[in-house]
Design a protein around this ligand. Sequence first.
Ligand SMILES: Cc1ncc(COP(=O)(O)OP(=O)(O)O)c(N)n1
Ligand code: 3NM
Ligand code: MG
Length: 207
Amino acid sequence: MPDSIKKSLRKYFIMGSQNCTRNPVEILEAAVEAGITAFQFREKGEGSLKGEAKIELGKQLQAVCHKAGIPFIVNDDVELVDLLDADGIHVGQDDQSAQDLRKVFPNKWIGLSVSNANELENSPLAYVDYIGAGPIFHTSTKTDAKAAVGLKWISTLRREFPSLPIVGIGGITTENAASVMEAGADGVSIITAITRAENIERAVKLL
Ligand SMILES: Cc1ncc(COP(=O)(O)OP(=O)(O)O)c(N)n1
Ligand SMILES: Cc1nc(C(=O)O)sc1CCOP(=O)(O)O
Ligand SMILES: [Mg+2]
């Protein structure tokens, strides 16, 4: 099981309509065509859709993932995971606890953000399928992101947990993605380097 998750985390695209300057469905289709291996619907923050509009976009993006056979993960929103029967959920340290989520979703992927040793110590890793480690580099995409933790955080996690699926996130680009993998990550999570790419196919291939 961890091996198939690791494979799926390799090019993990995250996006919501607030990250897009054109149709999000077309952006996801282009990214899928170019070879992303998983997708997280993160409709959150300024300019994001709410209520029915969010659900409708989620359904459309999920259909693109289903057609391509890649996992469709929902960020934060437990009700939406349930409603759409998503493949998994990603939560942070201040969101619903992974332990509680595991009771509700015994067979779905649960991803948890872990940014430092203190969070790691307090994280219920037994209930988690993968860790999102970051922000590795500076990012302006998440307004409440912590200070960049650097590649060392990935190598520390990898040393302590040799078989745990780990994905790096935050400020990852076509130029620095290889360094994240070399530090020990199983994959890279990206928003801007894909949503704002002049050529999505080229960007995903370079990643
Ligand atoms: C793969 C991945 N890693 C980390 C995050 C960040 O989650 P969180 O800390 O809950 O912050 P928000 O994304 O909810 O703003 C993520 N979404 N995905
Ligand atoms: C959603 C998110 N979570 C982060 C974390 O550190 O937990 S950084 C981040 C934003 C990533 O966007 P970009 O690829 O544009 O830097
Ligand atoms: Mg969250």
